[in-house]
Design a protein around this ligand. Sequence first.
Ligand code: HEM
Length: 312
Amino acid sequence: MNRTHIPGLVDIVTSEDATEIEAFAQDPNIDRAFADRSILTNGQILQRVLGILQIDGKPLPTVAPRSAPGRAEAQDALWNRLNALAPAYSTGPDELESLAAFVRGSGADDSCGILVQQVVGRLFAPEFQATEASWNAALLLDKAVHTLNPALSAWLDLTDQIDPAKQLLSNMVGGDLAAVHAIGFALHNIVSGVNLMRQIYGDSASRTALSPETAGTKCLFAPVNILRQPTAPVDSVSGVLETGTLLILGLQAANDNAPGANLAFLRGTWSQCPAEQWVPALLQGIWRRACNPQTQNQSIASPNDDASGAAG
Ligand code: HEM
């Protein structure tokens, strides 16, 4: 854990340690309410990041407080729905053929983003059609939320690109905030995984050696970082963390050091990802189909169909 603390000016804790991050994720006094913006730099960072991660003043689910009305119920409902779909995705159905072909080497190296967005978007809207514009919107949002370059941030604000990008994605999924998170932000972790899968597949020894489960695990990328803030003073090895302290937890770096789906999805914590079974199933399905292109011929039911049929 590192802490940068100049009273009144900045108080930021960073960690790339799996055990520390898990402890923070379980601590009932560490939340995503972000109510205390009294420390100058912390307040500026929160204003910037939370400004991107909201639509019409409503926070995306990854920055909603634990007790936000309806959050936990929506998380649970999505988790159940995606879990019902997961087994069908892991078989490598027809819908994954374009991604499997990409893994086998077809198309340009940077061409899988739009394919991933299509698969993720269809979870929420049956007629979803990813386009260059929707993929570019997702790229822009990813850049905007992660940049540490104030000049780039200022330029993005000045040219008013962020709101139209969010609006475009939101319109494609009927304003569903979890869906906007998925097709604008979360999909980048899957894109990283599919790109790595293409590299692994390119090596014939790995191709024959890796089971879908192992390939899926190797290609799991966690979010770069997650934000937290104490709601009451919390003791730590870096002294007492106050309600104005900002925690920037480097989940992907921690996952690199100690790979595991439990950490990558924050399983077993109140904010666990509702796609924690679906994403591994998707990655396994892509690998399975890439390795066995002719044996698969089944389709996923559309989101409007009965979930039990989808899982069959
Ligand atoms: C490799 C892909 C993904 C990884 C590693 C991942 C990981 C995570 C993690 C760590 C969180 C907790 C964030 C926090 O507590 O601050 C989270 C939250 C969330 N994820 Fe994912 N995610 C992935 C893909 C997806 C996809 C595809 C969807 C939707 C289909 C999704 C929907 C959500 C939602 C709605 C939340 C907020 C849950 C809540 O606290 O209410 N994620 N995800």
